[in-house]
Write a protein that binds this ligand. Structure first.
Ligand SMILES: Nc1ncnc2c1ncn2[C@@H]1O[C@H](COP(=O)(O)OP(=O)(O)O)[C@@H](O)[C@H]1O
Ligand SMILES: [Mg+2]
Length: 225
């Protein structure tokens, strides 16, 4: 079953008098619980497609179906809630708040997602254990290594039990050993928690973790496997 579907997505940017078509009739289906990798050369439109799917920017045309409904037709407030409650995000950089501890970053996310948990601490402990950061609960970002920062960012991305995880080159700033660790983590979280993952990656080594692959070129899907 596909939980998430992009249908005939177009994206244009106006550049003075010119209109640049960055995405051209893109169709993409994500299967529930699967990890889909989106690859393609730099500038092919991967990040644009990912941010449109995640409702972080607007499409020019097309349909974004989440659990059978076109969410792009919803109000801004409703879209905000879907993003905060149902989606998780990981980017190339961890983007942790420098003056909050690892635990506090996760608390902040639970508040943003309106999660009412009387056992917040236990939830945080569980997620930190899953990303192997239990011993860094009270650490500030500056004392974490690159791989640890990215694992903290992954913990923050899944603390509210999202249905879809959007990841844009999550391993691009890590060496190959840390990249593998982060990918194994994303893969195991997806398998254990049933999270559907859309991941942009440049790195061919990371493709082995994907259940399916989609390739883009010049704003169009060129291959699906
Ligand atoms: N806000 C924007 N305004 C104008 N052009 C943009 C904007 N965002 C992206 N682009 C252009 O869209 C194309 C695809 O960019 P992007 O989605 O970032 O590619 P990728 O992630 O595959 O490297 C690039 O040519 C980029 O310059
Ligand atoms: Mg990109």
């Amino acid at each position: 079953m596909s939980v998430f579907e992009l249908i005939d997505i177009d994206k244009e940017f106006k550049n003075g008098r010119n209109v640049e078509k960055i995405l051209k009739s893109v169709d993409l289906k994500l299967k529930e619980g699967e990890l889909t990798a989106l690859t393609g050369p730099s500038g092919s439109g991967k990040s644009t497609l990912l941010t449109i799917a995640a409702c972080l920017q607007k499409k020019s045309d097309g349909i974004i179906k989440f659990n059978g409904q076109d969410i792009s037709k919803e109000s801004d407030g409703k879209i905000r809630n879907i993003r905060a409650e149902k989606f998780g995000f990981v980017f190339q950089q961890a983007h942790l708040v420098p003056f909050l501890t690892v635990k506090e970053q996760l608390e902040l996310m639970l508040d943003t997602a309106n999660v009412k948990l009387d056992k917040k601490d236990r939830k945080i402990d569980k997620v930190l254990e899953a990303v192997d950061l239990s011993n860094h609960k009270d650490s500030y970002p500056e004392s974490l290594s690159g791989g640890e920062k990215q694992r903290a960012a992954i913990a923050r991305a899944i603390i509210h039990d999202p249905e879809i995880l959007f990841a844009d080159e999550p391993t691009a700033s890590l060496d190959s050993k840390r990249s593998k660790e982060v990918m194994e983590l994303i893969k195991s979280l997806s398998a254990k928690l049933g999270i559907t993952v859309l991941m942009v990656t440049h790195d061919m080594d990371m493709l082995e973790y994907a259940d399916s692959r989609v390739e883009m070129k010049d704003g169009q899907i060129t291959a699906v496997e």
